[in-house]
Design a protein around this ligand. Structure first.
Ligand code: ADP
Length: 271
């Protein structure tokens, strides 16, 4: 056992898996005096599924929000595919990269949130086609065909003409997953996507995600409290504490033989 909390440079996969898809180089994020991410180094290769675990406030959601460009790093560089976010020199000062870079990064990312965030005034089909048509410029027929395929994947074909309010929370979340995939992102971010659901609806959503993880080559970064799910689908589990990766490895290793005392404490509280 150890309480070694030296930050680890976390790498998931190798060049044999394909290109590096997500990379954080010495990324720090602060809110006022509070350092939420502390010089984070992390690399995830194509197709890998990574689950971020750790106590509340350890910085997990901040990582997803940085990738989605809802936040900007104070220091360091974030790369997603060929796009990157860093700092630019303007009038002798370093300022965060501008909107053009953010848009390029966002193009590669799909995100599903705890609250489904569907457009309440649009039927299911249009919720899914809206961004492909208006952001990607896909024609309506092609977007609808793509949406139908995705609705089949998430098991909601018969609900295509309903409004979100006519669906259960679990069904709404499955629409949100289809909507994220409709943009054909290289990376899917899942931020506690079952936390707001009634317990009986959780399994249906997790089954859909398992299916996507096992049948597509999409790269996933996942924040979840569902440890069995994490065990099933993750190539790597990363344990965060105070904005740093303190341990990472296969789910078998992290869940069965954690080396760090903080990881053991955390897991004994949640398992
Ligand atoms: P986790 O997902 O591990 O629970 P978060 O990444 O959500 O942790 O948050 C890390 C810390 O950053 C928390 O202490 C949280 O209160 C703080 N934080 C997150 N967002 C903001 C914000 N917009 N303004 C101020 N503090 C924030």
């Amino acid at each position: 056992m150890s309480d070694d909390s030296t930050p680890k440079k976390a790498t998931v996969g190798t060049a044999e898996d394909g290109p590096e898809l997500v990379r954080f180089d010495r990324v720090s994020k602060r809110f006022g005096a509070h350092t939420v991410l502390d010089s984070l180094d992390m690399t995830v290769y194509s197709g890998k599924h990574v689950t971020l675990i750790g106590p509340s406030g350890s910085g997990k959601t901040t990582i997803l929000r940085l990738l989605m460009t809802l936040l900007k790093p104070d220091e360091g560089t974030i790369k997603v595919g060929d796009a990157y976010l860093t700092h630019e020199e303007k009038n002798g000062e370093l300022v965060p990269a501008g909107e053009k870079h953010c848009r390029e990064v966002r193009k590669n990312i799909g995100m599903v949130f705890q609250q489904f965030n569907l457009f309440p005034n649009m039927k299911v089909l249009r919720n899914i086609t809206e961004a492909p048509v208006h952001v990607l410029g896909l024609d309506k027929a092609a977007a609808e065909e793509r949406a139908r395929g995705l609705l089949d994947l998430v098991g909601l074909t018969q609900h295509i003409d309903k409004y979100p309010s006519q669906l259960s929370g679990g069904q709404q979340q499955r629409v949100a997953i289809a909507r994220a995939l409709a943009m054909r992102p290289q990376v899917l971010l899942l931020d506690e996507v079952t936390s707001a659901l009634d317990p009986e609806l959780v399994a249906g959503v997790l089954d859909v995600l398992r299916d996507i993880a096992h049948t597509t080559d999409i790269t996933m970064l996942i924040v979840t409290h569902e440890m069995n799910f994490a065990r099933d689908i993750s190539d790597c589990v990363m344990m965060f504490d105070q904005g740093r990766v303190i341990e990472f490895g296969t789910p078998e290793k992290i869940f069965s033989e954690p080396e760090n005392d903080r990881t053991r404490e955390f897991l004994s509280a949640v398992l």
